[in-house]
Structure formats: C-alpha cells, structure tokens
Ligand binder design. Structure first.
Ligand SMILES: Cc1cc2nc3c(=O)[nH]c(=O)nc-3n(C[C@H](O)[C@H](O)[C@H](O)COP(=O)(O)OP(=O)(O)OC[C@H]3O[C@@H](n4cnc5c(N)ncnc54)[C@H](O)[C@@H]3O)c2cc1C
Length: 493
C-alpha cells in the first residue's frame, strides 16, 4: 500500500486529494492524508453566503477559455450552478482621480484588435495613439528581437515587453493596472514569459501583437471557438468546488489544524513533522510520496533543509491582498452612482514604491486600492434583483501597511476610498473583509527558467511533487489541473 501525503489544502492540494480519493475508490492501492494548517479547506478560495448575497472572499471566477474548472464542476454535479459573466455589461473603467474613464472597446488586455475604440479614447495622448498605429509597421523588427530572445532564452519584464510594442504610456496606463489586478505586483519586475506567455508567443509568430491578435481572433471565429463569455463561475460561489471535493474525500484522509513543520528523507521514505503546538502527535509520520501544495514561502521553508537551492529557486516575493465587499439594498442602490460595467482598475502611475508625503491610513488605502468589481453587474445571480454588491481589492507594495488594521478600520477605509471614486456611498447592509497575506507569488523575470531548474531538482527526490500557485500560473483552472495530474502521476510512478 503506497502512502501519500498532500500538504496544503488550497484549491491545488484539495484537487490532488480529490483525485487520489477517486483513484482509491477505483481500486488504486494507496492511502493518503491531506494536511491543512487551518480549520478549513480552500485556502484563498472562500465563499460567504449572507441572505441572498453571495460574497467571494478570494477569487470570484475562472477564465472560461481554460476548461479544467468547468470540467470539475460538472463532475461534482454542479453543472446547473455554472454561470457566465454578463458580457453585455463588460466594460472596465480606469479611475482617474474621481473620474471613471471606460477602457476602449476592441481590446484584449493592452492590445487593440480594432482601431476605433483606441483612437477615440480620451485615455490616451496622441503620442500613445501613434505608438499603437506604428506597432504593426515594425512587425519584422519586433519578430527579429522576439526570435533572438527565444533562442537565448532571454526573459524581460512585462514593462519592457509592452514598452517595446506600444511605449511607456500604454505600459503604465493600461498594462500596469491590469496586471496589478491579477498579481498585485509591479510590471517592472514581473516576467513577460511567465505572465504574458500567449502574447510572447504571438510576438514570436507575428512580430506585431495587433496583427497577431487580429489573426488569432479571426481563426477562432472561423473555427467557432469564440467563448461566449470571458469569465465563468458558480451561482452559489466558488466555495462550491471545495465543498464538492471535500464531500468526496474520506474524513479519515483529511487532517485540518495540522501545519507541517518539516519534511525529511529517511530510509527511502518521507518523514513529516507537524508543528507541535497544533497536534498531539509528536512522532513523525512516514510516507512514500509527498505533494507540497503550500504557498511559496511555506514551501521554501519546508524544502530548505532538504535542498537549499530549491528554496532559492522559488519565487522570493509574494504580494498581499485585502478584499472588502459591501452589499446594498435595492433602495440604497437606486441612490448610488455606479456606472454600467464590471468594475474599475486604479492606475498606479506614480510607482507605489516611491516615498509618500501623506502617510495617513486613508492615503495608504487610496494607494493600495487596485480594483473594484461591480459584482451585481458582472454576475447578477450573486445579489437580489436591484441590489448592489461591490468588491474592493487592495494590494501592491503599500497593502502590507494595512494588514494589521482591525476589520472595522479596514472596512471604513475601503468604504471611504470607494466613495472618493463613486461618490458618497450609503452604509452597507452587509460587509465583509478578508486579508490574504503573501498570497500572490511574484513571477519575476527569469521565473520559468528557475521553475524548470526547480522541477528538475524535485524530480531527483523520489516521490516529491510541487503544486500550487508558485509555478505555472495563479488561476484556478491551472491549479485544479496541476493538482489532479500530480495525484495521477503519484499513483503511476
Ligand atoms: C484576492 C484574490 C483574488 C483572486 N481572484 C482570482 C480569480 O478571480 N480567479 C482566479 O482564477 N484566481 C484568482 N486568484 C488566484 C487564486 O485564488 C490563487 O492563486 C489560488 O487560490 C491559490 O491556490 P493554492 O492551492 O496554490 O494556494 P492557497 O490557496 O494559498 O492554499 C495553500 C494552503 O496551504 C496551507 N498551508 C500553508 N502552510 C502549511 C503548512 N506548513 N502545513 C499545512 N498547510 C499549510 C494554507 O493554510 C492554505 O490553506 C485570486 C487571489 C487572490 C488573493
């Protein structure tokens, strides 16, 4: 009987444990235990249901294009829960002081596939518009540098990549807030290859991103592959994925409130030592194989005694996030001035690492505010008809300065920061706040090479697998897939 340990009960670890449970039920000769430090599974995935409101504390949806989250939902019997974002409301704004400027139509991230939206947008200066128009004309030059980069495996920052195509203004006005909304980080350090992989591939093929994107969309349309909506989620919240998987994992295979302190090799087996304060079991437990599904920092701590180089190869920085959500009744919503759309992003034009003159908490919150989602418009099923549900996302270099504040303070800071942009808001009927310290690993330039070396080293330790958001993407579909594949590989190896 092969004994397998999964350490870390976020979506990646739970997906691995769920797959192990399926294989066990199908007759695979295994025993397994999922160890989770806290008293609940899900990690960053957490849903609170209050009255008719569905409040996501962490992720709120997955990218429709990647099939693995949808496949899992169907497998768990949640097909009737699957809902698409309401894309006829799909407009994102950029907050410029107190004004919300719509992002132009006809764009994918910072790349236009139609000209009218960009050329008529007040968001860009004429210099930026000229830079956009020039990009297809320098396609050959861009392709040559892309091929040279590829051959020498050279990585560059997201900012440098976008700058080469469209100049500084587009990088700072559009790319920076879009990427900050996903990674909570700085485009000057994020890796283009790791974070903008599909765009780096487009550049290699076409040189021009504008021409490449136009070609790709045309091909998708011809093959009937254009997704109906960009984002997909579950009506009752993404927590449903965790609940569905947990229900199918035998109770005896889940050990919550058990933080693993260290992992060691002894006699060809893996010895796991739990933190003494969290479990009565002081003796190490032996396993044949270990899946580490912990966040980057915890993984580095666990791997360092085994192989210090592996710890160095993990992302060295992770950003922290704070999510605050406010629900308003239909009567209140009628008084509010929320425009039609999915939400807004806040450009960090000044560079959030610069010293700030005003160090008040309100100024800190204003600087840490990265984005707001108009949830009732993006996913109308998450709020009663006519009600409003707003979700605010704080992150970046200044967010850690807010983590120590109590819930009440954070909620009033978030409420005031939102009010500065959307106009004075009423007192919400329901509110919620969550802190996610060190939750988003920063894929800095050179990330993919480091991960390749890390995985090669991991492969030399028999029965060791690394999964989670530190390696090949932070999105839910990729993590579900990685968890399930790791489980299958464990059984086959
Ligand atoms: C605010 C926010 C919004 C996001 N929005 C989206 C979105 O809309 N769509 C999307 O696709 N992605 C989104 N993401 C990204 C995505 O949610 C995460 O990348 C993903 O949930 C991480 O899953 P994970 O399993 O790798 O790690 P985690 O969720 O961090 O789970 C790791 C688990 O390991 C446990 N652990 C840590 N140390 C130990 C130890 N020593 N022993 C035992 N257990 C341990 C932790 O308690 C935790 O439960 C968002 C992230 C954040 C922070």
């Amino acid at each position: 009987m092969k004994r397998i340990a999964v350490i870390g009960g976020g979506i990646a670890g739970v997906s691995a444990a769920y797959e192990l449970a399926l294989q066990q039920r199908a007759g695979a000769p295994i025993e397994f235990t999922l160890f989770e430090a806290t008293d609940r599974l899900g990690g960053t995935v957490e849903t609170e249901r209050k009255g008719e409101f569905v409040l996501e504390c962490g992720p709120d949806s997955w990218v429709t294009e990647k099939p693995w989250a949808r496949e899992l939902a169907v497998e768990l019997g949640l097909e009737d829960q699957i809902i698409a974002s309401q894309d006829d409301h799909r407009r994102t704004y950029l907050a410029e002081g107190r004004t919300l400027q719509p992002m132009p139509d006809g764009m994918r991230m910072m790349v236009p596939f139609q000209w009218a939206g960009v050329l008529n947008s007040p968001l860009f200066s004429w210099q930026a518009k000229l830079a956009y128009l020039r990009e297809p004309k320098i396609a050959e030059e861009l392709k040559a540098s892309a091929l040279a980069n590829h051959e020498s495996s050279r990585d560059e920052s997201v900012r440098d990549f976008v700058f080469r195509h469209f100049g500084a203004e587009v990088a700072d006005t559009i790319a920076a807030p879009l990427l900050a909304g996903v990674f909570g980080g700085e485009i000057a350090t994020l890796s283009a290859r790791a974070v903008l992989g599909p765009y780096v591939a487009l550049e290699r093929e076409h040189g021009s991103l504008v021409l490449g994107l136009q070609r790709r969309l045309q091909e998708q349309a011809e093959q009937g592959k254009t997704p109906a909506s960009v984002f997909t989620t579950l009506r009752n919240g993404l927590g449903g994925l965790i609940e569905g998987m947990e229900a199918r994992i035998p109770d005896r295979s889940v050990r919550k409130r058990t933080a693993m302190n260290s992992v060691a090799r002894a006699g060809g087996r893996w010895q796991l030592f739990a933190s003494p304060s969290q479990t009565a079991r002081q003796q190490p437990e032996d396993f044949d194989a270990v899946v580490l599904a912990t966040p980057a920092k915890a993984t580095a701590r666990l791997l360092a005694p085994l192989d210090p180089r592996m710890a160095e190869l993990l992302p060295q920085h992770s950003s922290s996030a704070i999510v605050a959500a406010f629900a308003f009744t239909p009567e209140q919503a009628r008084e509010m001035r929320v425009p039609r759309g999915f939400g807004f992003l806040v450009p960090q034009r000044t560079g959030s690492a610069e010293p700030v003159a005003d160090s008040s908490l309100d100024a800190l919150a204003q600087r840490a505010l990265l984005a707001c989602t108009f949830v009732d418009q993006k996913f109308p099923h998450r709020a009663p008809p006519g009600a409003a549900l707003l979700r605010v996302f704080f992150g970046g270099a200044t967010a850690p300065g807010l983590l120590q504040e109590d819930n009440e303070t954070l909620l009033s800071l978030a409420h005031r920061a939102l009010g500065k942009i959307l106009g004075k808001l009423p007192e919400p009927k329901i509110s919620l706040v969550r802190r996610w310290p060190d939750s988003l690993p920063q894929y800095e330039a050179g990330h993919l090479d480091r991960v390749a070396e890390l995985e090669a080293r991991a492969a030399t330790h028999s029965g060791l697998r690394l999964i989670g958001n530190a390696y090949h993407g932070v999105g839910l579909p990729d993590l579900i897939r990685a968890g399930r594949m790791a489980a299958r590989a464990m059984i086959q190896s």
